[in-house]
Design a protein around this ligand. Structure first.
Ligand code: SIN
Length: 274
């Protein structure tokens, strides 16, 4: 395997490996290490069948079955991230990290590009480790004692279903999860601390009102969006991005109106926080 860094703070490409073949323990350990170090790793030219996609994911953790996205037919483990030519909104078109509303923050997601627009449809990634480390010691100390409330209700509940009558989302009635997580998350198995709030799913700080929380959350979001913490990934069919949801944010660009983009996503269960 060869590792090539793509961004100063986040992202590396791994070459010299065929993910369709069963991975040995050494390969799994190397990928885990690269993921902890870089937040997201990319692989090119991996034209996996759904079975191979699932088998690759299961080498790292159990699969978290997505309740809200339409699954690939016959494969409930794989969520479709689809935008059809007639649709104007995309999925994931804002800074977020997947599943922060789950009781146990999801370890990561493995996204495989199936169909892409002629141009555009790139994904931005940002390192929340870099964002955390660039805060002042005083701010980090304050935030270390705080937790935040995350929710799926506003994103996948009834209001959102009204806005997306196109069948891409399902089970709006199951959007009832709220979860409370540390703001400075010590990410299990990585030895790293990450800023763990995001504009899509975080509602407020625990014990604070929404109004009290907003100015500090707004500051943290502005800070976390600094270009130095980011990289941009240009997809090709068969490209895979495997990111750690706890160490990074991502943002799917919606700059390809009138074209189809179809991705297959498997999300991995995290490990309970201490
Ligand atoms: C996602 O937000 O999980 C999807 C990202 C993408 O489609 O690039």
């Amino acid at each position: 395997m060869q590792l090539r860094k793509l961004g100063a703070m986040v992202g590396a490409e791994i070459g010299g490996i065929d993910l369709a073949a069963p991975l040995d323990q050494g390969q799994v350990a190397e990928i885990r290490e690269a993921l902890a170090e870089n937040g997201v790793v990319f692989f090119r030219d991996q034209h996996l069948t759904p079975e191979q996609h699932i088998a690759f994911a299961e080498r790292f953790a159990a699969i978290n079955i997505n309740r809200f996205f339409r699954p690939v037919e016959g494969y409930p483990q794989i969520a479709e991230v689809r935008k059809e030519p007639g649709q104007t909104k995309n999925i994931g078109g804002g800074w977020h990290t997947d599943h922060s509303y789950d009781q146990v923050p999801a370890l990561g997601s493995i996204l495989l590009a199936r169909e892409l627009p002629e141009m555009g449809g790139d994904t931005l990634f940002a390192s929340m480790v870099a964002a955390w480390e660039a805060l002042s010691p005083g701010m980090r100390q304050t935030l270390s004692g705080m937790r935040a409330v995350h929710s799926s209700r506003h994103a996948f509940g009834n209001r959102q279903r009204e806005e997306h009558k196109d069948g891409r989302y399902q089970n709006a009635d199951q959007a009832v999860q709220d979860a409370i997580h540390p703001v400075g998350l010590k990410v299990p198995g990585t030895g790293r601390t990450a800023l763990y709030v995001n504009p899509s799913f975080t509602l407020r700080f625990e014990g604070w009102t929404d109004e009290e929380s907003k100015p500090l959350l707004d500051f943290l979001y502005r800070h976390a969006q600094r270009p130095e913490f980011q990289m941009r990934f240009q997809w090709r069919e068969g490209s895979i991005a495997f990111w750690d949801n706890r160490l990074t944010w991502h943002y799917a660009l919606n700059d390809y109106q009138g074209e189809r983009r179809l991705m297959h996503r498997v999300t991995l269960e995290g490990v309970p926080l201490q």
